[in-house]
Design a protein around this ligand. Structure first.
Ligand code: PGA
Length: 247
């Protein structure tokens, strides 16, 4: 049995004060057996961590550098996240690939760094609309998965979460159909089985992301291969996020 995991990706939203308010709204509405994560901006991590003490709500960052320290102006290292007590880190979100030159190679380095520091990476993959219209989505996502997990040992795969986020569905209000999402996620599972084995591919948790909201979460979570959701917009509103985790 794979434990469902719902993660909010706040992106570049909310001040520290607003972040504290939101987590206090949601931290007492958690659901047993649903792992819940908030991926907040770097500036709010430390204060949010304090608010989460004694609750099961987990803390995530949205990116990090792969080096532990050095001349990388503006970057945040795994050691810095570890010091705060961050549990998860989103790696390779399409907005980072699109606007900040994130590549499959840097994604791979960041995953290795996260694993080394016991931070669970939420590894994002997904195709553009043009790629889907050209029927290239499987090829594109397979290549992203293979490169992301290059030189990652089988036993490390237990500490990884994958998020399939078709780029055309992010922030557009246009969700993939439940069949499109489940088909791709079972294809990702098969790609992982081909590289590792069935035990690993059966265990790894794979989320869907892209315009997930209270009105579509149940049908998404009913799918055989989908283990959770990575949620942008709807995670910023406590009442909506509470509805999502109680799918
Ligand atoms: P969205 O974002 O839910 O606003 O579409 C999802 C994401 O980018 O992780």
């Amino acid at each position: 049995m794979r434990t469902p995991i719902i993660a909010g990706n706040w992106k570049m939203n909310k001040t520290i004060e607003e972040a504290i308010h939101i987590v206090n709204e949601i931290k007492n509405s958690l659901i047993e057996d649903v792992e819940t994560v908030v991926c907040v901006p770097f500036t709010s991590l430390k204060e949010v961590k304090k608010e989460l003490a004694g609750t099961k709500l987990k803390l995530g960052a949205q990116n990090m550098h792969w080096e532990e320290s050095g001349a990388f102006t503006g970057e945040i290292s795994p050691l810095m996240l570890k010091e705060i007590g961050v549990d998860y880190v989103i790696i390779g979100h399409s907005e980072r690939r699109q606007y900040f030159n994130e590549t499959d190679e840097t994604v791979n380095k960041k995953i290795k760094a996260a694993l080394k520091h016991n931070i669970i990476p939420i590894v994002c993959v997904g195709e553009t609309l043009e790629q889907r219209e050209a029927n290239m989505e499987n090829e594109i996502v397979k290549a992203q998965i293979v490169k992301a997990f290059e030189d990652i040992e089988a036993e490390e795969m237990a500490n990884i979460v994958v998020a399939y986020e078709p780029i055309w569905a992010i922030g557009t209000g246009k969700t993939a159909t439940k069949e499109e999402a489940n088909d791709m996620i079972s294809f990702i599972r098969k790609t992982i089985m081909d590289k590792y084995d069935k035990e690993i591919s059966d265990k790894i948790r794979i989320q869907y992301g892209g315009s997930v909201k209270p009105s579509n979460i149940s049908e998404i979570m009913e799918q055989s291969d989908i283990d959770g959701a990575l949620v942008g917009g709807a995670s910023l509103k406590p009442d909506e996020f509470i509805k999502l985790i109680s799918f």
